[in-house]
Design a binder for this molecule. Structure first.
Ligand SMILES: [Zn+2]
Length: 306
């Protein structure tokens, strides 16, 4: 099924949705097109992450399992996990396209654990570090989230977390925090808007301008190893804006920068080398970015292609 008639033909978001593997098999749980349940012993892969084992040890009788092309799910209720599985595969395609990469060698799937009971989640979250933006935990390529069965997707938090999982598959040696968070925000905002539009909702990605006096200096931003608890919102906004700025200035150079930073090259010299001719010095880069960050979201519409 091609969705491009619903979607803009921009570089980023002309998306072909290929039939998901589960849609081709016979559902074993109630509900049309529900994610089929698979016995744990018959899953195609195991999660080597010890946190996964700990999650499944919490009321072990509650967990069911299923899988799609790129993800394995551990869940309680089929009707909760089914929309998550559809959205996860959607985001996989958006992010892979944005990275202009083929699937990494191998066929490793990412594991997603969907808790439903708040008490179970409270017990589990003591084991990992919550992402302040989404309340999920991602660790070593696995994602742990809590879902209220009444929850309706209303923002880009799931897409944000899925973006992290996919970045981890392409860059398993870790990328800097601002780039990981900024890219996850950048790609999930645009993807969420197109996901909504494909389902008949009017939606545009939203990107907030940042007042110049609120900006974290770039040298400080790029050195942070986790979002600063007292400036979480600015950190995510500014990281997203910085990624958007670098990608819109020159997409191939942005991807080259991503590759270099994933190999732990120093930011300051690497960005000036890769963007030679654009930014003559760190001061010029900072100045151009400050101007860009203070503008209202004129380029966010570029991602959506409208
Ligand atoms: Zn994040």
């Amino acid at each position: 099924m091609r969705l491009s008639k619903f979607l803009p033909s921009s570089l980023f978001l002309t998306i072909s949705i290929v039939p998901l593997t589960w849609a081709q098999s016979t559902p074993t749980t109630a509900g049309l097109n529900a994610l089929p349940e698979v016995e744990f012993s018959r899953l195609s892969q195991r999660d080597p992450n010890p946190l996964g084992e700990k999650a499944l040890a919490i009321h072990p009788e509650q967990w069911k399992h299923g899988e799609t092309e790129h993800f394995i799910y551990h869940f309680v209720d089929s009707f909760v996990v089914t929309p998550i599985s559809v959205e996860a595969e959607f985001h996989y395609r958006v992010v892979a396209k944005e990275l202009e990469r083929e699937q990494p060698a191998g066929d490793t799937k990412s594991h997603i654990y969907v808790f439903e009971r708040p008490a179970d989640w409270q017990q589990f979250q003591k084991l990992g570090r919550l992402e302040p933006w989404t309340g999920g935990i991602h660790s070593q390529g696995s994602l742990f989230i809590v879902r209220n069965p009444a929850f309706k997707f209303s923002n880009n938090t799931l897409g944000h977390e899925i973006a992290h999982l996919i970045l981890h598959r392409f860059y398993s040696d870790a990328i800097p925090c601002w780039l990981d968070e900024g890219f996850a925000q950048y790609v999930s905002k645009g993807a969420h808007a197109s996901y909504q539009r494909a389902r008949g909702y009017i939606s545009k990605p939203h990107s907030q301008a940042i007042a110049t006096q609120d900006l974290i200096p770039l040298t400080v931003l790029v050195a942070m190893t986790q979002p600063p608890s007292e400036r979480v919102e600015i950190f995510y906004n500014e990281s997203e804006r910085f990624v958007r700025f670098l990608a819109s200035t020159d997409k191939p150079r942005f991807l080259a920068l991503l590759d270099a930073l994933a190999r732990h090259q120093p930011f300051d010299s690497t960005v000036l080398r890769i963007y030679a001719g654009e930014f003559a010095s760190a001061a010029v880069l900072e100045e151009k970015f400050r101007d860009y960050a203070a503008k209202d979201s004129e380029t966010s519409s570029q991602l959506a292609g409208e």
